[in-house]
Ligand binder design. Structure first.
Ligand code: G6P
Length: 468
């Protein structure tokens, strides 16, 4: 269960309706898992005021949950993406706290819990995903004590000093503790959660087990720990090996005038991604002559996201002003400094872009994991290409052979970009081989298997219920 289904409902210019792949890392990761596992995927179809019956899409059973226009504004754009998102990403943007947004969050979480309670068979495993649905575990446990309930948080869980700003900090944790296993991207996130539980509730934690009073004088054991998410690495590699994708990579290089170095950024247009810092560093490198526009081009794919939320509108204006200035100052008739693309692209095109890019720039200021970094590595079966990776992205815990950076340190970021651009081929290959080993061995199948094993393992199956 996740806020979004893997596909959004869309209507084309001729009025015909259809389904389009949803944005974001969550869907990239979970789609192959659901295809393997069977079961039903409960979520929102991405449009307001429309009801759809359950249906099959690409081998997965989808169960849509409707949202009204007001709920899209208050629960999705408001509480999820203008309260929780900035708060959980270390208040990079100021979170807004509104009581009516909270009320909508409670109401919609209840609707999701009711949908799961209706659909799940007896003793079923329900796996709730991400910050939009943190109250579901408790609501679902109350309605269906027979279920095994997991929760995975795809974004960071902040330190208590930040988390404690949330006026509903107790209710959110109480909601999460309805799960049997609560998963996080990084060990640090799980640690922050454990501390918040102790501070707010005083429950005992032993290692990764939290002892939650069961109301009958006993305790329920809730596991909290890191399960770093990943991608279907083989699927990305197979895409990259396709002759048409490789041909497309050649075309991309050619259409940019075959520069010596192509740098690439791929992000949802989000203030957590550090796109401004990246542009600043690149612009200064051109200004100082450490890079030359005849030889280096930055492709920045910024896919549209949460476009009605004010902070995102402001970010878009800032980014587009910066790109316009940078190109105005640095481009020549034949050579463009930044190729800026405000679009989402199909996976084939992404794989071609990854193959075309000599240097991949992932400079997030805060990011749960960042699957783009893993996609780049998975596509580079040629053991070439250099990855510049922010230490504030969860991926940096695993991808240690990347050129790691603090994106706030613009001088350090510039040096890291130059190091990646000038890295000898042998060194690139050595690092890429190690990165690829990590991503191929720790793929999304392994992630879901280890979570589900923790969930259905000894001690967490409710008494009297056989394993499904
Ligand atoms: C991140 C979140 C997901 C979310 C995705 C896209 O990856 O962790 O929960 O679905 O961004 O954002 P959107 O608001 O369009 O669903």
């Amino acid at each position: 269960m996740s806020n979004r289904l893997p596909v959004d409902h869309v209507v084309d210019e001729h009025g015909a309706d259809g389904w389009k792949v949803s944005p974001g890392g969550l869907v990239t990761a979970l789609e192959p898992v659901m295809r393997e596992a069977g079961g039903a995927w409960i979520g929102w179809a991405g449009v307001a005021d429309q009801e759809f019956d359950p249906f099959e899409h690409d081998g997965i059973t989808l169960v849509p949950v409707p949202l009204s226009e007001d709920e899209v504004q208050d629960y999705y754009e408001g509480f999820s993406n203008d309260t929780l998102w900035p708060l959980y990403h270390d208040v990079i943007a100021p979170p807004s706290f509104h009581r009516e947004w909270w009320d909508a969050y409670v109401r919609v979480n209840r609707r999701f819990a009711e949908a799961a309670a209706r659909v799940a068979s007896r003793g079923a495993v329900v796996w709730v995903q991400d910050y939009q649905l943190q109250l579901v575990p408790k609501m679902l446990r109350e309605a269906r004590p027979d279920l095994v309930i997991g929760f995975f948080d795809h974004i960071p869980f902040p330190a208590y000093g930040i988390y404690s700003q949330l006026p509903w900090r107790r209710q959110v944790i109480d909601g999460l503790l309805g799960a049997d296993v609560i998963g996080f991207q990084r060990t640090a996130d799980a640690g922050n959660f454990g501390r918040a539980v102790r501070r707010l509730f005083g429950y005992t934690t032993r290692g990764n087990v939290i002892e939650v009073p069961d109301g009958a004088g006993g305790v329920r054991r809730v596991i909290h720990r890191a399960f770093p998410i990943s991608i279907d690495a083989n699927a990305f590699e197979s895409l990259a090996r396709r002759p048409d994708v490789q041909e497309r990579a050649r075309q991309i290089r050619e259409s940019l005038g075959n520069p010596e170095t192509i740098l690439l950024g791929v992000d949802r247009l989000d203030y957590t991604k550090g796109i401004r810092h990246r542009l600043k560093a690149f612009g200064e490198l051109l200004n100082e002559g450490r890079l030359e526009v005849e030889h280096a081009t930055l492709i920045q794919v910024a896919s549209p996201s949460r476009e009605r939320v004010e902070t995102y509108m402001q970010l878009r204006d800032e980014i587009e002003l910066t790109v316009g200035r940078l190109n105005g100052d640095q481009s020549t008739i034949g050579h463009q400094a930044v190729a800026y693309l405000h679009h989402g692209y199909p996976r084939e095109e992404m794989a071609a872009l990854y193959l075309a890019a000599d240097v991949m720039l992932v400079t997030a200021l805060r990011d749960g994991m960042n699957l783009v970094a893993k996609e780049y590595v998975a596509c580079r079966f040629d053991n070439d290409g250099a990855l510049v990776l922010s230490e504030f992205a969860g991926a940096s815990d695993e991808l240690k052979q990347a050129v790691l950076v603090n994106p706030h340190d613009i001088e350090g970021l510039k040096d890291a970009i130059i190091e990646a651009v000038e890295m000898p081929k042998k060194e690139r290959a050595r690092r890429m081989r190690a990165l690829r080993r990590r991503v191929t061995e720790h793929d999304v199948a392994r992630w879901s298997a280890s979570f589900l094993e923790a969930l259905t393992g000894a001690g967490v199956i409710p008494a009297g219920v056989s394993e499904p």
